[in-house]
Design a protein around this ligand. Structure first.
Ligand code: GN1
Ligand code: MG
Length: 353
């Protein structure tokens, strides 16, 4: 049993603990107590999130904001205070923990039906809508420049120059592919800076497995993993869901021929996202396909950087895991390029003239 659970204000006795979910960053446990109530206990990865106290202030502010707008209290995460009343517990090894009520439900690694994917789209769209009046200036940047794509390229260039573990020799093809697209990859960031695209409060990690679905109805209950809620672009929130959930294979598939973009799922998600969120500008909607392509490319850049820097950021299961992930993402980018006109056509139906 993780001892940290005893430092939170739960009224019953913990009796069972198991590892939970497939997150690449934090350490997550599901706790059951003697009266059947369940909790999620998470250890925050402070290598990634340097300021967990500010992070929890963000998360609490965002969940409180959403709570005021929903009828059902289970439609938003409900964090449990620690014994001292704050929303985190720091243990004697200076590790930070937090806890929230687990009301049941499940997460998917891939949609099992169009309906599942549509549900997740509505949930992320609604999340965007609920935060459209959140005061962005009160949020801390939990990871500065998180989706600043040119900055991600800059970090890759540094990792290439340093080549800390002599891996550059294995990745020339991947580097070539990535560098050919460097100019285009910066377009969204530049449009945010020029004001052509609005800066919004966004989730920034909109993978399907960050949505909790109801066991019986399979309807979306709530959005999880709020650590990266920060000012950002709706294009990346949309795009990251496409990257993960409209792909025909897992993000770390080895057999590259299995990886492609499912255009039908792309359309299903577009419909759901725009059903949930009505505040996007015409320009944002037009550029949604670009969001999908650039976020996929950006993640490839991040995986490759981590590979060159000897895998200190993402959890890995085997030695070339980050390289495998890079290749899978690049294959997806390539397939999006092949299907570019079709993606545009689908979006055209949703742009109001
Ligand atoms: C990480 O923690 P998780 O698995 O939800 C990462 C995302 C990546 C994702 C790729 C804080 O998300 O940015 O897109 O892995 N989160 C952070 O699977 O870096
Ligand atoms: Mg997650």
């Amino acid at each position: 049993m993780q001892q940290a659970i005893h430092h939170f204000q739960i009224m019953s006795q913990p009796v069972h603990c198991r590892s939970f979910g497939h997150g690449n960053i934090n350490y997550t446990f599901q706790i059951t107590t003697d009266n059947g109530k369940q909790y999620i206990l998470q250890r925050i990865n402070t290598h990634v999130f340097k300021n967990p106290v500010q992070l929890m202030q963000n998360v609490i502010a965002v969940t409180q904001h959403i709570r005021r707008k929903v009828d059902d209290p289970n439609r938003v995460l409900n964090f449990v205070p620690a014994l001292d009343g704050s929303y985190y517990y720091r243990d004697e090894r200076r590790r930070y923990w937090r806890c929230y009520e687990f009301v049941g439900g499940f997460c998917l690694e891939a949609p099992e039906s169009d309906a599942d994917f549509y549900e997740s789209a509505v949930a992320f769209g609604r999340f965007q809508e609920q935060l459209s009046d959140f005061p962005a200036e009160t949020l801390f940047e939990t990871i500065p420049n998180f989706h600043n794509t040119p900055d991600r390229y800059r970090q890759l260039h540094i990792a290439m120059d340093e080549d800390a573990c002599d891996r550059l020799q294995y990745v020339q093809r991947e580097i070539d592919f990535i560098m050919e697209r460097e100019q285009e990859a910066g377009t969204i960031q530049r449009m945010l800076e020029s004001g052509e695209l609005p800066l919004r409060v966004t989730h920034n990690d909109t993978k399907l497995n960050n949505v909790l679905l109801d066991m019986k109805t399979r309807k979306a209950l709530c959005v999880l993993d709020l650590d990266t809620v920060m000012p950002g672009s709706s294009l990346f929130d949309f795009g990251d869901s496409i990257r993960f959930g409209a792909a025909t294979a897992p993000e770390d598939v080895q057999e590259l021929s299995r990886m492609s973009l499912d255009l039908h799922r792309f359309e299903v998600y577009t419909k759901g996202y725009l059903d949930g969120c009505h505040s996007l500008t015409k320009r944002e909607i037009e550029l949604l396909p670009l969001g999908a392509k650039i976020i996929t490319l950006e993640l490839a850049v991040r995986f490759l950087t981590d590979y060159l820097e000897s895998d200190h950021y993402f959890k890995t299961q085997y030695s070339d895991h980050n390289l495998v992930r890079t290749r899978a993402q690049l294959r997806l980018v390539q397939d999006m390029e092949a299907k570019w006109n079709q993606m545009q056509k689908i979006i055209e139906n949703y742009v109001e003239n």
